[in-house]
Design a protein around this ligand. Structure first.
Ligand code: PNS
Length: 160
C-alpha cells in the first residue's frame, strides 16, 4: 500500500489544500493529513477544530485520513510506513523554506520522498493566514475556503 503524509498547520484548511488532496489522492492508496501543533505559530483554531473541518471538506475522497501530531515529522512518517511527504508549492517565496524542510526530512528519513504539488491557478495564492486576515477584516472568503471553514471563521470571529 502506497501511503503519503500531507503535513501542515491547516489553520484553517483552504481550497488550495483541498486542491492538493484532490490531485494526490489519485496517486496514493492512502493519504494521512497530519495536522501539526506548530510551536512557532499561534493558532486560531484548535487541533480538533482544524481536523474536523478537514474531515468535513474531504468527504468526497475515500482514501483520506486525518490525524493530529506534534513532534518530528520524520518520526510520524516512519510510524505510518509512508513513502512520501506531500507539500504544496505556491510561489517562489515558498521554495526556500520547503527545500530546507525537505532537506531535513531527507536526512531523517532518506527513503521517503517529498513531493511538491502545485494547486490549480485559481487557488495558487490562497493561504490560511491571508484567509484569516481577510475574514477578520470583513472580506468574503467563500471562494477561498470550503463552506464548513467559512462557517467556522464566522463563528470564531464573532467571539473575538
Ligand atoms: O502548514 P505549515 O505551517 O507550513 O506546515 C509546516 C510543518 C508543520 C509541516 C513543519 O513545521 C513540520 O514538519 N513540523 C514538524 C516538526 C519537524 O519535523 N521539523 C523538522 C523538519 S524542518
Amino acid at each position: 500500500m502506497r501511503i503519503a503524509v500531507y503535513p501542515g498547520s491547516f489553520d484553517p484548511v483552504t481550497n488550495g489544500h483541498i486542491d492538493i488532496l484532490n490531485k494526490t489522492s489519485k496517486l496514493f492508496d492512502k493519504i494521512i493529513v497530519a495536522v501539526v501543533h506548530n510551536v512557532t505559530k499561534t493558532a486560531l483554531f484548535s487541533l480538533e477544530e482544524r481536523s474536523r473541518m478537514i474531515i468535513e471538506s474531504t468527504r468526497h475522497l475515500d482514501n483520506i485520513e486525518v490525524e493530529c501530531f506534534n513532534g518530528l515529522l520524520a518520526d510520524f512518517v516512519t510510524g505510518k510506513d509512508a513513502c512520501a511527504i506531500i507539500r504544496g508549492l505556491r510561489t517562489v517565496n515558498d521554495f526556500e523554506y520547503e527545500m530546507h524542510m525537505a532537506w531535513y526530512n531527507k536526512i531523517f528519513v532518506p527513503d521517503v520522498e517529498t513531493i511538491f504539488v502545485i494547486s490549480n491557478s485559481n487557488n495558487i495564492f490562497v493561504s490560511s493566514s491571508g484567509v484569516k486576515e481577510a475574514a477578520l477584516l470583513g472580506g468574503d472568503v467563500s471562494s477561498l475556503v470550503p463552506p464548513v471553514v467559512k462557517k467556522g471563521l464566522e463563528h470564531k470571529l464573532s467571539k473575538l
